[in-house]
Design a protein. Structure first.
Length: 325
């Protein structure tokens, strides 16, 4: 028991073998499965507070993508984000899960829902900015505006100034971050330099992307975009809201690109309400009881930047996914 009388959350760490690499995964809690998918420049630590809070009613899994964080390895051959996600699900015995993806994690979740709908019970897409293949003449300036804002980042990378590149990226995407959150994000960027510098083997693109086939994605979806996210992300938000058959799309006041970090209580309230609506329906193994939408327990102070899980009752394990070598 903790000082306040609550039962500490147990975090189990797993080594998931995938073709040409190893992924580091963390599982917490018991109940219906929720899988957290990271923003591109981060690792599973970005979800530390959310995993702790959700674990009271769900079995929560998060993992580091290839070449990110302190444990997952860089790829040595061809790979895809969807295949890696399936490897984690299979290795940890997860049949069906709600996928919660932030930024690029939203695109990963959407692609997985299109390719393997039987594995996806629901979607939460947070600041889901992604390549739009059919920009209209009126929409093109929004994309060009984003590219122009990020050009100093590319210039910093070219001259070898990683710290300046990180600063530019955070200025563009996370203008509402507190000093504590910005410092934590900076540490995550430093632990995943491949986001800015590139991987030896970039992920292969799927033949069919979720964003191009929204009408074929039947999973219930919640789309959250921060008020202060980029205009291009808001364009993606509108596309998702118009195209997904079963969608609730909301703009979160005061939030930026990473809604869970800039407005954690609002993020908690909206996500727990959405998950509560799935209980007894799309989620297998539902747990009785109402969902507390107060946002309590979702704060970022302190954020355990130094490790993936809280120090309470850690556990370890190992698992090999399909095709492991």
């Amino acid at each position: 028991m903790t000082a306040g009388g609550a039962v500490p959350v147990r975090h189990q760490e797993f080594r998931v073998e995938v073709p040409g690499g190893v992924l580091h995964a963390v599982r917490s809690g018991r109940g219906p499965d929720v899988v957290l998918l990271n923003a591109g420049a981060t690792d599973a630590r970005m979800w530390a507070a959310e995993a702790e809070a959700l674990a009271g009613r769900h079995r929560v899994t998060r993992y580091d993508d290839r070449g990110t964080g302190p444990h997952s390895t860089a790829p040595t051959g061809p790979w895809t984000y969807t295949a890696d996600l399936l490897a984690v699900l299979d290795a940890l015995g997860i049949g069906r899960a709600v996928l919660i993806g932030a930024s690029d994690g939203g695109r990963k979740a959407l692609d997985a829902a299109l390719a393997h709908p039987e594995r996806v019970a629901g979607l939460v897409l947070v600041g889901a900015a992604m390549h739009l293949p059919d920009l209209t003449e009126a929409e093109q300036p929004l994309y060009e505006e984003l590219i122009a804002a990020l050009r100093p980042r590319a210039e910093a990378v070219e001259r070898g100034d990683l710290e300046a590149a990180i600063a530019v990226d955070l200025d563009v995407w996370c203008p509402r971050a507190t000093p504590v959150v910005r410092a934590a994000l900076t540490e995550l960027y430093r632990a995943s330099p491949a986001f800015l510098l590139g991987l030896p083997h970039p992920p292969e693109e799927p033949a069919h992307t979720g964003i191009a086939h929204l009408d074929r994605i039947d999973a219930p979806a919640l789309v959250l975009t921060g008020e202060h996210d980029t205009p291009f992300t808001h364009l993606c938000h509108r596309r998702l809201a118009a195209g997904l058959p079963r969608v609730r799309a909301e703009v979160v006041p005061g939030a930026d690109h990473l809604v869970n970090l800039s407005r954690p209580a609002e993020f908690a309230r909206r996500v727990t309400a959405f998950l509560g609506g799935l209980r007894g329906g799309a989620l297998d193994g539902s747990v009785d009881g109402s969902v507390d939408g107060s946002g309590a327990g979702w704060g970022l102070h302190p954020w355990p930047v130094a490790g993936l899980s809280s120090p309470a009752a850690p556990g370890t394990g190992s698992a090999a996914g399909p095709g492991a070598r």
